[in-house]
Ligand binder design. Sequence first.
Ligand code: HEM
Length: 439
Amino acid sequence: MNKSTGILFIITGLLALLLGIFFGTISGLQFIFPGFFEVLPFFKSRPLHVSLVVAWIFSAAVGGIYYYLPNHCNLTLYSKRLPRIHFALFIITGLLIIASYIMGKFGGREYWEFPPLLAIPIIIGWILFGFNYFKTVVKKKEPWPVYLWMWATGIFFFLFTFSESYLWLLPYFRDNVVRELTVQWKSYGALVGSWNMLVYGTAIFVMEKLSGDTKVALSRLSFLMYLLGLTNLMFGWAHHIYIVPSAPWIRHFAYFISMTELLILAKIIWSFKSTMQQAKINFGNIPYRFMIAADVWIFINLILALLISIPAVNIYTHGTHITVAHAMGSTIGINTMILLSSCFLIIQQVSDQNFNDKSGKLIRWGFWIVNIGLLIFFISLVVAGIAKGYYTAENKLSFQEIMQKIAPVLAIFVFAGIGILVGMLMVVLPALRKLITIK
Ligand code: HEM
C-alpha cells in the first residue's frame, strides 16, 4: 500500500458515492413500486443511501486535507502512520455499518442508525485525525489562510457534535423527551455545519490553487464568511428544531445567518470566475466547471430556502418532500460539486492529466447529465412537497389518496435520479481509474 492516504480516502469516498446513489435509486423506486427489491426494503435502503453519501462527503474532504497539507501547504505531516490507522478504522467501521444495515441491526438515530457501539471507532479515528492535523499546522509561522481555520474548526466541532448526538444514551437525556429532542436536533444541525466547514474550506483552497490568487484565502470577505459559518455552526441549528418550541426570532435569525454565509460563498466563487476568465482558463477545465456548478446550485438552494422560510409557505411545506429537496439540493448541488472539483484538481496534479482525451469527453457529458438530472430531481421534489403540503392542510384526502395524487411527480423524481446515477458513473469511473492506476 504505497499510495498516499489522502488518495486512498478519496478513492473510498468515490466508491461510497456510487454505492450510495445506487441505494438511493433503490429507495426512490420503492416510493413508486412499494414491493420493489424486497431483499432490501426501504427501511434498510434509506439508511444505506444516507450513510454512504455522508461517508462520501467526509471521506473526500478528509482525503483532500491529508493530501493538500504536505503537498501544497508546505507542511510535513506530524505523523505518516496515524492517517493509515485512521484509514483502516474508517474502512473497517464502514464495512461493519453496511453489514449491520443489511442484517437489519439498527439501534442508532437519524444519520447514524447503526448500532451505537460503532461510534467508538469513528471517534477514535477523528481524534487521530485531529491530533495529527493540529500538530502539523501549529508549525506554520505565517498567518493562516482561512481554509486552515475552517478545517481546524470543522474537525473540532465534528468531534464535539458527534459525541453530543449520542447523549441520548444517558438516562438523564433519554428520560426527558424535550431534553432529548432538543439535544439531538441541535447536534445534527451543528454536525451539518461542521462538514460544511470542511467542504467550504476545501472550496476556497481549490479556488486558490486553480486561480493562483493567494489573496482570496486571506481576504476579509473569506474571514467574514468563516465567522458567519462559525456562528451558524454554534447557533444555526435553531432552524432545525421545529418540533421543539423556541422563540420565532431565534429561528429567523438562524436562517438569516446561514443564508448570508452561503451568499458570501457564492460571491467568492463569482469573483474567482472573473479571475479565471482573465487567466483565459475556460469551462473545459474540469475542476473549474464543477466549482461553477456549485455556485449555480448555491443560488437555487438559496431561492428554495428563502421560500420555505416564509411562514405562510412553511406551514404547508414543513416535513414534506421539500425538506428532502433542501437536504439533497445542498448535499448534491453544493457539497458534492465542490468535492468533485477538489478530486479532479488532485487527479490533474498527480497524473498530469488535463482530460483532453476520450475520458474527458465522457466526464463533460456526465457533468451535464448530472446537473440537468439534478434540476429535474429537485423541481419534482419541490412540486411533490407543495402538493402534499396542500392536500394535507386541506385535510380532505387520506394519506394513500395524497400519495396516489403525487405518484406521477415521484416517478419523474426517480427517473431523474436514475439520470444522476448514470451521469455520476460517467464522471466518477474515469476519475477512479486514474486514481487507482497512479503509483
Ligand atoms: C450525490 C448524491 C446524493 C446525495 C448526496 C443524497 C443525499 C441524501 C440525504 C442527505 C438524504 C436525507 C434527507 C433527509 O433526511 O431529509 C437523502 C434521502 C433520500 N435520497 Fe438521496 N442523495 C443523493 C442522490 C440520490 C439519488 C440519485 C436518489 C434516487 C432517486 C436519491 C433518493 C433518495 C431518497 C428516496 C431519500 C429518502 C427520502 C425520504 O425519506 O423521504 N438520492 N439523500
